[in-house]
Design a binder for this molecule. Structure first.
Ligand SMILES: *Cc1c(COP(=O)(O)O)cnc(C)c1O
Length: 370
C-alpha cells in the first residue's frame, strides 16, 4: 500500500464545486488586490480566532516580518525564540537586522521552554516570538508574565496552530500579535501562498495594514517603509470556503491522533504529549525514537511516507554560523531533530490506511527488538 504524508486532492474533491465557484466569482469581479473578498475573509477569520482584528498578508513569513516591524524590531535588537521551528521564524528576525536568541525547548511538547526565557532577557531584548509547534500552544501565561515584567512585545507564530486553544484562549489571540500561514499544507491551506496577522490592538492593526501596502496611507503618501505584503483575493475566496469546514477537519485530526495514541502506546516510542489545558489541532502527529532513521527507512520501503520537522535546529544552520552557537548548546532541540518523525495525518486519511501505518510500525519494533 502507498501512503502519502498528505493528500490534498482528497480534500479538494470534497469541496470542488464550492471552491471552484468562489474562484470564478473573483474572476468575474476582476477585483484581485484587497477589496471585498479579502475584507469578508478577514472578518470571518477574526471571529474564528476570537480577535478584534485580522489582516490578510501575503504569507506566514511576511506576517511574522510585518508583526516584528510593527513591534519596532530593528538593527541590533534581540528577539527570543525557539530553534526548533521552520526557518521563517528566525529568518524574519534577521531580515530586520535583529538577532535571534535561541532558547531550548521543553522535550515533552517541543515548544519553547518557558523557564529558559527570563535568563535570556537583557537590555537589547525587544520581543519574544514563541511558536505553537505541531498544533499545540506554547505556555503563554508564563511567556506573557516574562514579557510584562520586562516590557517586551509578544508575537505568536501560530502558523501551525489555527484553532488551537490554550486555557480557553485561541492561538494568536494572546500575545500582542499572532501570525498565521495559509501555505497549502497547513490545516487551513490556500491554493498558493497566504498569511495573516491577528491582534486585539487597534493601533497595531492599523500599522500592519499600512505596512502591507508599502507603508502608505493614503496611497502614494509613505509614512513608513513597508512591503508589498497583501493576501490576494483569490486566496481569500478559497480560504473563506475552507474555513467553514476547519472545525470538522480539526476534529478528524484529533480522532486520528487518538487512534494512533491507542495503538502505539505500548511500543518503545515517545508519543505526543498534550498539556491538560491545551486543545491540540494536530497539524502534525510526531513520535520520537532513537531509531528514527531506520524506522523512517523501513516505513519508506513499505510505501509509507513520513517526514522530519525539523532535521537541523536553527542554531546549527550554516547561515547562522556567525551567531556562534555550537552542537550541545541546546540539547533538547538537537535530540528532537535527531529523534522525531511525523506520521501521516490529515482529515481524509482512511482507517485502513492508518491501520497499515500502525501495523508496519509494530512490525518494525517486533523485528528490531532490543
Ligand atoms: C509554515 C510556517 C511559517 C511560514 O509560513 P509561510 O506561509 O510558508 O511563509 C512560519 N512558521 C512556522 C512555524 C511555519 O510552520
Amino acid at each position: 500500500m502507498k501512503i502519502a504524508s498528505l493528500d490534498l486532492k482528497r480534500q479538494y474533491e470534497s469541496i470542488r464545486e464550492e471552491v471552484n465557484n468562489a474562484v470564478l466569482e473573483v474572476l468575474a469581479s476582476q477585483s484581485f488586490i484587497l477589496g471585498p473578498f479579502v475584507e469578508s475573509f478577514e472578518q470571518k477569520i477574526a471571529k474564528y480566532c476570537s480577535v478584534r482584528y485580522a489582516i490578510g498578508i501575503s504569507s506566514g513569513t511576511d506576517a511574522i516580518l510585518l508583526a516584528l516591524m510593527a513591534c519596532g524590531v530593528k538593527n541590533g535588537d534581540e528577539v527570543i525564540t525557539t530553534p526548533f521551528t521552520f526557518f521563517a521564524t528566525a529568518g524574519s528576525i534577521v531580515r530586520l537586522g535583529a538577532v535571534p536568541v535561541f532558547v531550548d525547548i521543553d522535550p515533552d511538547t517541543y515548544n519553547i521552554d518557558v523557564n529558559k526565557i527570563a535568563p535570556a532577557v537583557n537590555k537589547k531584548t525587544k520581543a519574544i516570538l514563541p511558536v505553537h509547534l505541531y498544533g499545540q500552544c506554547a505556555d503563554m501565561d508564563a511567556i506573557l508574565e516574562v514579557a510584562r515584567a520586562n516590557g517586551l512585545m509578544v508575537v505568536e507564530d501560530a502558523a501551525q496552530s489555527i484553532g488551537a486553544v490554550y486555557k480557553g484562549k485561541n492561538a494568536g489571540s494572546m500575545g500582542d500579535m499572532g501570525c498565521f500561514s495559509f501555505y497549502p499544507t497547513k490545516n487551513l491551506g490556500g491554493y498558493g501562498d497566504g498569511g495573516l496577522v491577528t491582534t486585539n490592538n487597534a493601533e497595531l492593526a492599523e500599522f500592519i495594514k499600512i505596512l502591507r501596502v508599502h507603508g502608505s496611507k493614503p496611497k502614494y503618501y509613505h509614512s513608513h517603509i513597508g512591503v508589498n505584503g497583501r493576501l490576494d483575493a483569490i486566496q481569500a475566496a478559497v480560504l473563506s470556503v475552507k474555513l467553514k469546514y476547519l472545525n470538522e477537519w480539526s476534529e478528524k485530526r484529533r480522532f486520528i491522533a487518538s487512534y494512533y495514541h491507542e495503538q502505539l502506546k505500548r511500543l518503545p516510542i515517545r508519543l505526543p504529549k498534550i498539556e491538560s489545558h491545551n486543545t491540540h489541532i494536530f497539524h502534525q502527529y510526531v513520535i520520537a525514537t532513537p531509531r528514527r532513521d531506520t524506522l523512517m527507512e523501513y516505513l519508506k520501503q513499505q510505501g509509507i511516507e513520513t517526514a522530519v520537522y525539523y532535521p537541523v535546529p536553527l542554531h546549527l544552520q550554516k547561515c547562522f554560523d556567525y551567531l556562534g552557537y555550537k552542537r550541545t548548546d541546546l540539547p533538547e532541540s538537537e535530540e528532537a531533530s535527531n529523534e522525531t518523525l511525523a506520521l501521516p495525518i490529515y482529515p481524509e486519511i482512511t482507517q485502513k490506511e492508518q491501520d497499515y501505518v500502525i501495523g508496519q510500525i509494530k512490525n518494525f519494533f517486533l523485528r528490531n527488538k532490543s
